[in-house]
Structures are given as structure tokens and as C-alpha cells.
Design a protein around this ligand. Structure first.
Ligand SMILES: [Zn+2]
Length: 186
């Protein structure tokens, strides 16, 4: 798995780029770490490759859609089935699904059961630059620092770069629009 710090950064970035309200972004950040509730499987007889095991059904797209639906229904202010509610649903589901996407870029552990319940097959992306995080107290050792550095390089920095570029572009468009107003009124 990637660490608990990096998944919310991806959710935050998606939220900023899509202009979601802060409260919905906060929920998205929380949802982005929920798939790792399957860590309890480490304390059961289930092996990693089992669908209840780590990176099993909680990392699937189906789980993300269900969690996105529940969160939109109970934790967002939208009561009518309008455009904003659909936007929140899509955003919250994407934040949850982004967890599996980041995990699939790590260089170890079990593959991701993206397409459960259609198939229990596990997948990795062909490109795996992120160092996989050790479980439990091992994270507090030197290996944990190496993992964090790897996530800063491959997750945090690209995310912050995207937010900065998006902000600059949005400001330029806004400035150009404001400059255009007097011309239009002539
Ligand atoms: Zn995970």
C-alpha cells in the first residue's frame, strides 16, 4: 500500500482541479483512505490474494461507486437529484477509486482487484515508481523514510504542480475574461 498521507493528497488535487466545495473535498480525502480498512485481513486467516484480503474488494471500482453513493446521500447537503449531486457522487467515487490507482503504481504487495465482482483477478500498472509501504511499526524505521521520499517525489510533487498550474491557468483565463468585458460593451 501507499501511506495514509498520500491518498488524501490525490483526492485534494482532484477536488481542486474540479472546483469542488471544501467540505466535499474533505469527505473525498477521508474516503480515499477507506479502502485500506482491509488491513484487518492481516489479522485473519485470509491470504492477500483472497478477495477479502489486502487490496481485494475494498480497492475495486464497484466498492468506490457504492461508497461514493452512500457518502453523497448521507454526508453532502444535496437533497435533490440534480447536477450538483451527480458531481459530488462522481467526485467521491473517483476519490475512493484513486486509492487503488495509486496502489497499482507501487512496486510490491498484492495486485488490485479493480474489477471485482466481475473478476477477482489482481492488477498492477506496468509502471510502478512508488515504493510500497511496510505494514505497522516497520514504517517508523528507515524504510518508512524511503517510502515517504518516494511518495513525495511521485505523488505529492506532481499533485502540487498540477494545483499550481491549474491555479495559474484559471487566473489567466479570469484576467483575460475581465479585460474582455469593456471591449464587448463597445
Ligand atoms: Zn490500499
Amino acid at each position: 500500500m501507499a501511506t495514509i498521507f498520500s491518498h488524501p493528497i490525490v483526492a485534494l488535487t482532484i477536488g481542486r482541479l474540479t472546483g469542488m466545495p471544501p467540505r466535499t473535498i474533505a469527505i473525498g480525502c477521508l474516503l480515499s483512505i477507506v479502502p485500506d480498512i482491509d488491513f484487518v485481513a492481516f489479522y485473519t486467516q485470509y491470504e492477500d490474494w483472497h478477495i477479502i484480503g489486502h487490496r481485494g474488494f475494498t480497492h475495486s471500482i464497484a466498492f468506490a461507486l457504492v461508497l461514493g453513493f452512500i457518502a453523497t446521500r448521507f454526508f453532502t447537503p444535496h437533497r435533490r437529484l440534480d447536477r450538483n449531486r451527480w458531481k459530488s457522487f462522481l467526485f467521491l467515487s473517483t476519490c475512493t477509486a484513486s486509492h487503488g490507482v495509486v496502489d497499482a503504481c507501487t512496486d510490491g504487495g498484492a495486485g488490485i482487484a479493480f474489477f471485482w465482482p466481475i473478476t477477482e483477478a489482481r492488477f498492477f500498472f506496468p509502471w510502478n515508481p512508488i515504493q510500497v509501504s511496510p505494514i505497522g511499526l516497520e514504517f517508523l524505521q528507515w524504510e518508512g523514510v524511503e517510502v515517504l521520499m518516494s511518495e513525495i517525489r511521485w505523488v505529492w510533487l506532481p499533485c502540487f504542480a498540477l494545483i499550481v498550474v491549474h491555479r495559474l491557468v484559471t487566473r489567466r483565463i479570469l484576467a483575460a475574461t475581465i479585460r474582455g468585458f469593456p471591449n464587448e460593451s463597445r
